[in-house]
Design a protein around this ligand. Structure first.
Ligand code: ZN
Ligand code: ZN
Ligand code: FE
Length: 760
């Protein structure tokens, strides 16, 4: 006989771990007990030496599918306790802290029960088990137990209790377990004030959708607005009411078969669609120019139903639509709406009906967005299904609070070797988003027992995240480090790939404050986590009217052609009066300068599409990408260099600058010669790829590892084009793997730099 004390750390709560241990103990005739602690799981195990060995081996090699063991510690105990059975004890709260599982998409067993008439949870929209269901969005405090979740409001009925306590049941100790007798209820609320309620909320919802109505849906981490994706009028109405005229909209398809009908999907994309996180996956449309009311691009954001509520909403029984628009129900860039009353008030003008329920959303969490690249997930937004699962870092980052940037605001908080990333927060330009940001920091601090010992933020004094970091550091009397935006991007990609020595960074994005007070965004950097230098860039673009030029991209086009010496203003989508007015603004003192690839995309988009306004930031780059006749340069038959516009560089302040003027001049000439917009868009992107290679050949002769980061690398053409060109020329290229390439990933770079620069 042997007796041990065991401690297990990792994602081991809310994923069926204790029942798994119970079954394992029965198999190997182990006695003793286990319990959840705020540090994970602990227990006392007694049994024959060989039996204990087998128990531990099986624990290590085949733990429950949703769990993730980080560490198992065992300590021998001299005297045996003489236990005669194996039990699960009440959770024990101490000062340590454990990890919280993200929300998990409905599992196949629950999905099958949902549609089995004899099952007692037949068509019950909140069915879940230890393998699936809400987690982060319902949790109030740790350890993860029903009484510390919003399910506290729903005392279990006798049947549910029985399952909860039955070790052989799939719902043994499933904290959100419930049924139609004891659990939350869904209901339908119509906006026409005649029919306030309906007997079956799902048939009422489908009826509304079939008639082209707009439905607001309370989901797992927030509200969505939905309408029939095949009904062009309905989609147009939704766009008008939501003031979202051209931004691509994501869809939810009833099944994988429906997805196949609309898009071409690879096996990896299929796996990503079906993965427990159930993210939105960017897929290629079967017919590039179809479904343009959903997205002007050849790609479409698609997800599958991820909760029983969504499955019922899309169920065939009532003949409702099999493809729905599913867009976050945020009003003018405010965070996703949480509460029923708030939703009915705020969305009254947009939605015709509401599918609601009475389970509280404790923590908001938006849908995640990614694409497949090089056989893996490449993130644009990492949120539901991933947050708050931490990354394990190779350095101790305890107490480092990295506060992120402004667009796609996010934060990363360190504890020991763990980095806790925030869910998606949004563009932090208003008070609502800022308070959501602060609340989420608080939630994380409380859940994971995080204590700041160092703050790190962006250099930009106007970012609310910077102001919050300065304020908090002062209040708590802890040090503060400010990190230049593009260096943080670079460090983020380095840390994402566990690179520790000097790298060469190609960092392209829309906007970031440089150390010289100008706006950067087309940068070539050399550096590590301690220091960096800027050795290459692009010719700065003057922005007449500063921020106004970000929306009115025709202004950037004018600035570009004026700089390039094109005398004919008819290529610019602005009337001549406005042109002469704006040209007066083009002096160094009146207009800020930006060496930004994002702005260059905007200006070129305005030129080739004769489009003077962008509906959202980044539209220029997305439009040009979608204009290109090929998705990636791999499909081109001729070498890229032959398609490129001429490349010219000059030296200034010890930097090698790409001169945009000859390229802009040639683009204007092509426009005048009626060369197609598609061809010009392609040549423009090819030029950027060749420019990146040329800079790398000149500036990175030591062949340091190259990292690609910044929002521009959401552009699939540039991402694959530059990666391929550099690799063909003998460079090692790294791209983002676990965090987003856009500003959402900035906090990771800030954290990695702060770890090295930390005052000792
Ligand atoms: Zn399940
Ligand atoms: Zn029940
Ligand atoms: Fe950025």
């Amino acid at each position: 006989m042997r007796c041990i004390h065991i401690l297990i750390q990792g994602i081991v709560q809310g994923v069926g771990f204790r029942p798994f241990l119970h079954r394992l103990a029965q198999t190997h005739q182990i006695h003793g007990w286990v319990r959840n602690t705020s540090g994970g799981l602990e227990g006392i195990l007694e049994g024959e030496n060989d039996a204990l060995k087998c128990f531990l081996l099986e624990l290590e090699t085949s733990p429950p599918p949703l769990s993730s063991i980080e560490k198992i510690d065992t300590f021998p105990i001299k005297n045996s306790f003489g236990y005669t059975e194996f039990t699960i004890r009440e959770s024990h709260i101490d000062t340590g802290s454990t990890l919280v599982s993200p929300d998990i998409g409905i599992c196949p067993e629950c999905a099958s029960e949902l549609f089995t008439p004899s099952n007692r949870r037949y068509r019950y929209p909140f069915i879940n088990c230890t393998n699936c269901g809400p987690r982060y969005t319902i949790i109030k405090a740790l350890p993860y137990d029903r009484k510390r979740t919003v399910m506290e409001a729903f005392p279990m009925c006798e049947n549910c209790q029985k399952e909860y306590h039955n070790i052989h049941d799939r719902r043994y100790h499933a904290q959100p377990d419930c049924c139609s007798i004891c659990g939350p209820q869904a209901f339908y609320f119509s906006n026409d004030s005649v029919s306030k309620t309906a007997d079956d909320p799902f048939s009422a919802s489908q009826k509304l959708l079939s008639m082209g109505g707009i439905l607001a849906i309370k989901g797992i981490g927030g509200f969505h607005l939905a309408c029939d994706a095949r009904n062009v009028d309905a989609v147009t109405r939704l766009r008008q009411r939501k003031h979202r005229s051209s931004k691509p909209l994501a869809i939810m398809c009833r099944s994988l078969e429906v997805v196949h009908r609309i898009c071409n999907i690879t096996q990896t994309e299929e796996q990503l669609l079906l993965s427990p996180a159930r993210p939105i996956v960017l897929l290629s449309k079967r017919e590039k120019n179809k479904l343009s009311h959903l997205s002007f691009s050849s790609r479409l954001g698609v997800m599958l139903p991820y909760t029983p509520l969504h499955m019922l909403l899309m169920d065939q029984t009532y003949g409702g639509p099999d493809t729905l628009i599913m867009t976050s129900a945020n009003i003018s860039e405010c965070p996703v709406i949480l509460d029923n009353i708030e939703a009915v008030t705020k969305l009254g003008e947009i939605a015709d009906g509401f599918l609601l329920h009475n389970r509280v959303i404790q923590n908001r969490c938006d849908d995640s967005l990614l694409m497949e690249w090089e056989g893996r997930a490449y993130y644009f937004r990492k949120s539901r299904g991933y947050a708050p699962y931490p990354l394990l870092f190779n350095q101790n980052v305890d107490g480092i609070f990295a506060m992120g940037a402004e667009q796609k605001a996010s934060f990363a908080l360190g504890r020991d070797f763990h980095v806790f990333f925030s869910p998606h927060i949004g563009d932090m330009k208003n008070a609502e988003t800022f308070s959501h940001y602060k609340e989420t920091v608080e939630t994380y601090q409380k859940l994971f027992c995080l204590k700041p010992s160092l703050y790190v933020c962006d250099l930009h004094p106007d970012y609310l995240s910077t102001q919050e970091a300065i304020h908090a550091a002062k209040e708590l009397n802890v040090p503060l480090i400010q990190v230049q935006h593009h260096w943080a991007h670079m460090a983020s990609c380095m840390a994402d790939n566990s690179l520790s020595s000097s790298c060469f960074g190609i960092i392209w994005d829309g906007t970031g404050l440089g150390t010289d007070g100008t706006i950067w965004g087309g940068e070539f950097l050399i550096g590590d986590y301690q220091t960096f230098s800027r050795i290459g860039s692009i010719r700065p673009i003057q922005l007449p009217g500063a921020d106004k030029a970000i929306q009115e991209i025709g202004r950037i086009a004018l600035s570009l052609i004026h700089d390039a010496g094109v005398t004919d203003p008819s290529v610019v989508p602005l009337d001549s009066d406005k042109c002469s007015l704006l040209i007066k603004l083009l002096s160094p003192t009146l207009s800020p300068k930006a060496s930004s690839i994002g702005r260059l995309f905007d200006g070129v988009c305005a030129l080739i599409l004769q489009k003077s306004y962008a509906d959202y930031e980044g539209e220029g780059a997305a439009r040009i990408e979608s204009l290109s006749p090929v998705e990636t340069p791999d499909s081109l038959t001729q070498p890229l260099q032959k398609l490129s516009y001429p490349l010219h560089f000059y030296m200034e302040n010890k930097m090698r600058i790409f001169d945009t003027r000859p390229m802009i001049f040639d683009i204007c000439r092509d426009l005048k010669c009626n060369i197609s917009a598609n061809h010009i868009a392609l040549r423009f992107m090819v030029t950027l790829c060749c420019m990146a290679l040329n800079q790398c050949l000149f500036l990175n002769q030591k062949k340091l590892p190259v990292v690609l980061s910044g929002g521009v690398f959401q552009n699939r053409f540039l991402l694959s084009g530059i990666t391929k060109l550099l690799r063909d020329n003998g460079f090692t290229v790294y791209t983002h793997k676990q965090v987003s390439t856009n500003d959402e990933g900035i906090c990771f770079g800030q954290l990695a730099i702060a770890q090295k620069k930390k005052p000792q």
